[in-house]
Design a protein around this ligand. Structure first.
Ligand SMILES: *[C@@H]1O[C@H](CO)[C@@H](O)[C@H](O)[C@H]1NC(C)=O
Ligand SMILES: *[C@@H]1O[C@H](CO)[C@@H](O)[C@H](O)[C@H]1NC(C)=O
Length: 222
């Protein structure tokens, strides 16, 4: 924007034989006159690409005005170390043999298509581990992270990824065991700590299978 203004000023200063009278400019405009369409094909392509009928905002378009996975990240996460560090008495949760895994499946109607929201709008979820819903246009590169907010990994889920969440205070051996398993057999994985998991079930896997979502809550190893 600033660059355009500077260029416009230079264009105005350099303009020969053009003049401004009664607010009517009959010289050249840069980049285009207010009522003209931007004739730069990249501009119309970008505008066309940023919106689609299905999700509202198209996915996978890196755009600082919407989502470039760099701008306004704090809207999803305040970089609070509590979210990835075990602070609670600085003790890891002990495994409990009486807690068993839970397997649940969410049935999503085939017509459902999750809306995308740019980074200028916050996205809230009604539950600690949503399996589908509104998310960011860009998804996380597959791998292990210090922390990935829901708004990102929910998009990976939509593309068939497995998301492994673990409580920062979960048993380290168990977490490492699960990480190794996920990394060695599934390319499409996102691994992140998440402190909103219950103390009872400190690890969970989420997997989207076509239109069904399977969530496996893995209890602590006996
Ligand atoms: C957020 O930004 C996008 C893209 O620039 C725009 O389409 C949308 O209207 C904006 N939303 C709000 C609430 O300002
Ligand atoms: C980070 O942790 C705080 C404190 O437990 C919690 O209120 C907040 O929702 C967490 N943020 C995320 C993105 O999980």
């Amino acid at each position: 924007m600033l660059k355009n203004i500077v260029l416009l000023c230079i264009a105005v200063l350099n303009a020969q034989g053009t003049r401004m009278s009664n607010g009517y400019w009959n010289g050249k405009w840069f980049p285009h006159a207010p009522d003209d369409m931007d004739s730069n094909p990249a501009a119309s392509l970008r505008n066309h690409l940023l919106h689609d009928g299905k999700h509202g905002i198209s996915m996978g378009i890196v755009d600082p005005a919407c989502d470039d996975a760099k701008t306004n990240l704090a809207i999803d996460w305040f970089m609070n170390p509590e979210n990835y560090t075990c602070y609670e008495n600085r003790r890891l949760y002990l495994p409990k043999s009486t807690v068993h895994p839970i397997h649940s499946t969410d049935h999503i109607p085939p017509e459902y298509s999750a809306p995308h929201k740019c980074m200028n709008e916050s996205i809230e979820y009604g539950e600690p581990i949503p399996t589908f819903g509104t998310h960011r246009p860009l998804w996380a590169i597959y791998g292990e992270y210090t922390f990935v907010p829901i708004q990102r990994w929910l998009h990976n889920l939509e593309h068939g990824a497995v998301v492994m969440l673990y409580h920062p205070c979960a048993n380290k051996n168990q977490v490492n065991f699960l990480k190794k398993m996920v990394k060695s057999c599934l390319y499409k994985h996102v691994i992140t700590p998440y402190d909103q998991l219950t103390v009872e079930r400190v690890n969970s896997f989420i997997k989207l299978l076509s239109i069904e979502i399977d969530t496996f809550f893995i209890p602590k190893r006996p």
